[in-house]
Design a protein around this ligand. Structure first.
Ligand SMILES: NC(=O)C1=CN([C@@H]2O[C@H](COP(=O)(O)OP(=O)(O)OC[C@H]3O[C@@H](n4cnc5c(N)ncnc54)[C@H](OP(=O)(O)O)[C@@H]3O)[C@@H](O)[C@H]2O)C=CC1
Ligand SMILES: CC(=O)N[C@@H](CCC(=O)OP(=O)(O)O)C(=O)O
Length: 346
């Protein structure tokens, strides 16, 4: 059994990890930490887990967590996992960080984007970027994983085949994404009130969202040419899900057949990425509660633009599901272990 702990277990990614890890046949849960609910039964805080778990949240005692665990998921807000990870590196424990502290390899870009100092620069090269579809071989041998951002996962899965095979103009990419509210975490704020959300729809951070450098880092490392993206996120009144509509100009001579063949071949052995057949359109609910990504890929012959529709669950393939997939790869388990959930319709 893999001894697993979660630091920051009272948040949305923490609860989603529990949903995947409690039934996971190879996992034993050890420490579930929280500042605000240490000593509370997990089931009193998460009644949806009643009958599934008999553990209490505990205060974070890093030495005990890192000694007692084979793997620790860190589910804290940005800026809080650098010192913890530095401490973890003095123990024999693997770490999957769901936050952004080790995703950006360029320290200046990280500090400019997140307005905090990179407090563990020596660890940066030890962290593997946790997108299995790009880095599976590195993840197999990794001690530390930087789990990707949710919008970033939907954008990368939607763009990588086109960028790798130079099918599109790398300066022409527009990513228009919609997200459910759980992407903003469980802490209370006026923006997340039902009264503000219901019947509403808004864009935010259009020119400077912190996922832009992360998307560009990963597309640039997959391309011979410089890639730049235009990215605008929107908040929609649903609990979970990301729907990214991606546009890019297709290079001369590229046909829809070339594009579809590239996507089908890139993902033919991927357990969680599904390229839909022509004419099928994805819907957020079709991946809700799962680790799946669905892609619809089309060429508009009239405008010469590729249109990719990419959907994931922000808490699934965008966070906890992907983190469990990474854990399975790190421990040599079948990737689907614990991740067989099927979406709920309606
Ligand atoms: N929500 C999403 O869709 C996604 C989130 N992420 C990232 O995953 C991480 C966790 O996100 P999420 O679960 O949504 O966040 P939440 O706000 O829902 O939960 C954060 C957790 O961290 C604890 N916490 C909050 N502030 C601090 C602090 N200052 N010091 C120590 N602990 C703290 C909270 O519990 P307590 O106060 O009890 O200690 C809680 O358990 C973030 O970095 C987020 O950006 C990544 C992909 C998707
Ligand atoms: C609705 C909402 O606020 N979403 C978050 C993205 C959450 C996420 O997955 O990204 P990180 O892991 O980088 O936090 C945002 O736009 O910042």
């Amino acid at each position: 059994m893999i001894k697993v702990s979660i630091i920051g277990a009272t948040g949305y990614t923490g609860s989603e990890l529990l949903r995947y890890l409690i039934p996971h046949q190879d996992v034993e849960l050890i420490h579930l930490t929280s500042r605000s609910h240490a000593g509370t039964q997990v089931t009193s805080y998460y009644p949806f887990l009643t009958g599934s778990i008999d553990l209490k949240f505990t205060e974070l005692k890093p030495d005990a967590v890192f000694t007692d665990s084979d793997l620790v998921f860190i589910c804290l807000p940005h800026g809080h996992s650098m010192e913890l990870s530095a401490l973890a590196s003095t123990f024999d424990v693997k770490v999957i960080d769901l936050g952004a502290d080790f995703r950006l390899k360029n320290i200046d870009v990280y500090e400019e984007t997140y307005k905090v100092e990179q407090a563990a620069p020596n660890l940066l090269k030890e962290f593997v970027y946790g997108l299995p579809e790009k880095y599976r071989e590195d993840i197999k041998n990794a001690q530390y994983i930087a789990n990707p951002g949710c919008f970033v996962t939907s954008a990368l899965l939607g763009l990588l085949p086109a960028v790798v095979h130079a099918l599109i103009d790398p300066q022409s990419i527009i990513i228009d994404s919609k997200t459910g509210v759980s992407g903003a975490g469980r802490s209370a704020s006026v923006d997340k009130l039902l009264t503000e959300l219901t019947g509403n729809f808004k864009a935010y951070n259009p020119l400077l969202h912190r996922h832009i450098p992360e998307i560009e880092q990963e597309l640039n490392s997959a391309s011979e040419h410089t890639v730049q993206v235009q990215f605008t996120p929107h908040l929609i009144p649903v609990e979970r899900g990301i729907f990214s509509t991606i546009y890019a100009s297709v290079e001369d001579g590229i046909t829809e057949r070339d594009i579809i063949d590239s996507y089908k071949s890139a993902y033919q052995h991927e357990p969680f990425v599904h390229v839909l057949d022509k004419g099928e359109l994805p819907q957020m609910k079709h991946v809700s509660g799962t680790n799946n990504c669905q892609l619809s890929v089309q060429l508009d012959e009239r405008t010469g633009r590729l249109i990719v529709l990419s959907i994931i669950d922000n808490l699934g393939k965008g966070a906890a599901g992907q983190a469990v997939q990474n854990m399975n790869i790190m421990f040599g388990l079948p990737e689907k272990t614990g991740l067989a959930a099927i979406a709920m319709m309606p």
